[in-house]
Design a protein around this ligand. Structure first.
Ligand code: NAP
Length: 284
């Protein structure tokens, strides 16, 4: 059998950590496959999706800016994709393309690994972009009692309220640090999940946290989706208040591990994947 391919569709893709962590996992298990970054501008997306149907392709990851559009081009997006409104993993099953969103599972495993309880608890989600949508769906799946979405642009937070369906009470508020609604939500939260781009390595807001230390409680678990080699400013603020801090690398590796399991049918070698992801981050 010829060497298999797994593709990463995005634009740009050069910065992605996925090729390093996925190739390390494939090599560790002796699977004869190459994980290839296909830099795909929007007008090339339909053609790239068609190439995934080839017998030599196991599947693909989809990243910015194609997570929404790709869902329309595949044959079978699953319920999670439909709920989040985005696909991040495509599996080629005999030329038919199945899609799912492993970010949801990645978030839940990262929280569980840190000992965070979600079922029956109040959660605060900071941000209302694509990542925040996956977080709200994950909280619904895990049986959270209530989610408050706090975003700089409050209107975008309100757009996430419907994601709770009839199962989860989702509320929206402004990320205004003076607002009583944000203070009340933070005071009652068991888990606080940071899903804005604040704190991103080399980004314009690298040194910023959306939530200062005074708003955290010592019993809380704080998860930052942003991944950097050390602690983000958000996680430093949480730790200063005595909260448990969990970095975004855990989610990144666990969502990748879930994709790996779907493409290969094999148990992902997690330590190897963590090591490869850390090495890339440290080299930046
Ligand atoms: P996105 O759709 O562009 O959303 C960006 C969010 O950040 C919006 O809520 C935006 O608020 C907010 N924001 C940006 N600049 C801000 C500022 N200066 N002050 C306050 N809020 C600000 O991005 P995304 O795809 O959701 O990704 C968000 C982050 O999650 C990125 O850092 C990404 O790397 C990370 N992520 C990590 C993983 C992982 O596996 N660990 C997976 C997915 C994403 P407005 O609505 O007001 O503009």
């Amino acid at each position: 059998m010829s060497r298999q391919t797994i593709a990463l569709l995005g634009h740009p893709v050069a910065h992605s950590i996925s090729p390093a962590l996925q190739q390390a996992a494939l090599d560790e298990l002796g699977i004869d496959a190459a994980y290839e970054a296909w830099d795909t501008p929007s007008d090339g997306l339909p053609g790239a999706i068609e190439r995934l149907r080839s017998g030599s392709v196991l599947g693909a990851n989809v990243t910015v800016p194609h997570k929404v559009e790709a869902m329309r081009l595949i044959d079978q997006p699953d319920g999670l994709c439909e709920l989040v409104g985005a696909v991040n993993t495509i599996v080629n099953r005999d030329g038919r393309l199945h899609g799912t969103n492993t970010d949801v599972v990645g978030i839940l495993i990262a929280l569980a690994a840190a000992g965070a309880e979600v079922a029956g608890k109040n959660i605060v989600v900071i941000g209302a972009g694509g990542a925040a949508r996956a977080v709200v769906v994950a909280m619904r799946r895990a049986g959270a009692a209530q989610v408050t979405v706090a975003n700089r642009t409050e209107e975008r937070a309100r757009a996430l309220v419907a994601l709770g369906g009839t199962e989860l009470d989702v509320r929206a508020c402004s990320l205004d640090l003076e607002a009583a609604s944000l203070h009340a939500a933070m005071g009652a939260a068991h888990v606080v999940i940071q899903s804005t781009s604040l704190g991103m390595l080399h980004g314009p807001d690298e040194a910023a946290t959306p939530i200062p230390s005074e708003l955290f409680r010592r019993w809380q678990v704080a998860l930052d989706l942003v991944y950097v080699p050390e602690r983000t400013p958000f996680l430093k603020a949480a730790e200063q208040a005595g909260a448990v801090a969990v970095g975004g690398l855990a989610m990144l590796v666990h969502q990748g591990a879930e994709s790996f399991r779907l493409w290969t049918g094999q148990e992902p070698p997690l330590p190897v994947m963590f090591e490869a992801a850390r090495a890339v981050l440290l080299a930046r």
